[in-house]
Design a binder for this molecule. Structure first.
Ligand SMILES: N[C@@H](CCC(=O)N[C@@H](CS)C(=O)NCC(=O)O)C(=O)O
Length: 223
């Protein structure tokens, strides 16, 4: 059986969650870097495979998949020795899916809405967008009240996706102190992931991306 091909860029947040999961599963990829900063995702071969031309993308023996959270679910189902990371109990799975959709459509989306226009095109920060982001972090904090992990009584792919988002916020100096449950959960998840090259695969890359944002802020005078 051939190994899945993984098209990615190391600092890209959705790529980081896949790399961490692969480490947890002991899964090898054939790694192919797509440098989106150089426009490599727009090359005809890549667009023919993924018309949305985004990373992460996997090709597992002809099954081409993008959207990182869909990739996470697939990889656990296909390569996990157990269903622990994506429980098959439908009530637990429903919560995992809800958290994944919340991350995709609300939390991570609001992070990118607020930070990315400054990071990539030097646009001024928008306080309205910051308020929307704070609101979403508040919702996460409420979800995590009284829980050790986001969706189950143990670590799942919901924690993995949210961990990438929240650690990115922390690296961007978003003040997490007021969100006590989220902050405690973040430290718990970092500890859980430490044996899986967390620093190398996620922590250091979150800082790398945050440094791009900070450099842009310095260039534009922090407006
Ligand atoms: N929701 C997608 C987001 C994918 C995405 O936006 N990827 C960015 C890099 S972080 C990308 O490939 N951008 C280049 C492009 O869209 O052309 C996921 O979670 O996989």
């Amino acid at each position: 059986m051939s190994t899945p091909v993984f098209y990615y860029l190391p600092p890209s947040p959705p790529c980081r969650s896949i790399l961490l999961l692969a480490k947890m599963l002991g899964l090898e990829f054939e790694l192919k870097i797509i440098n989106i900063m150089e426009g490599e995702q727009l090359k005809p071969d890549f667009v023919a495979m993924n018309p949305q031309h985004c990373v992460p993308t996997i090709n597992d023996q002809g099954l081409v998949l993008w959207e990182s959270r869909a990739i996470l679910s697939y990889l656990v189902a296909a390569y996990g020795k157990t269903d622990e990371l994506y429980p098959s109990d439908i009530r637990v799975r429903a919560l995992v899916d809800q958290r994944l959709h919340f991350d995709l459509g609300t939390l991570y989306m609001r992070l990118t809405d607020y930070y990315y226009p400054t990071m990539f095109i030097g646009a001024p920060l928008d306080e309205g967008k910051r308020a929307k982001l704070s609101e979403a972090v508040g919702w996460l904090n409420a979800i995590l009240e009284g829980r050790e992990y986001a969706a189950a009584d143990h670590f799942t792919i919901a924690d993995l996706a949210l961990l990438v988002t929240v650690s990115q916020l922390e690296a961007l100096d978003f003040e997490l102190k007021p969100y006590k449950h989220a902050k405690q959960w973040l430290e718990r998840c970092k500890e859980h992931m430490a044996p899986y090259d967390y620093e190398e695969l996620n922590g250091s890359k979150a800082v790398m991306l945050a440094d791009m944002f900070k450099a842009k802020m310095n260039q534009t005078g922090g407006s």
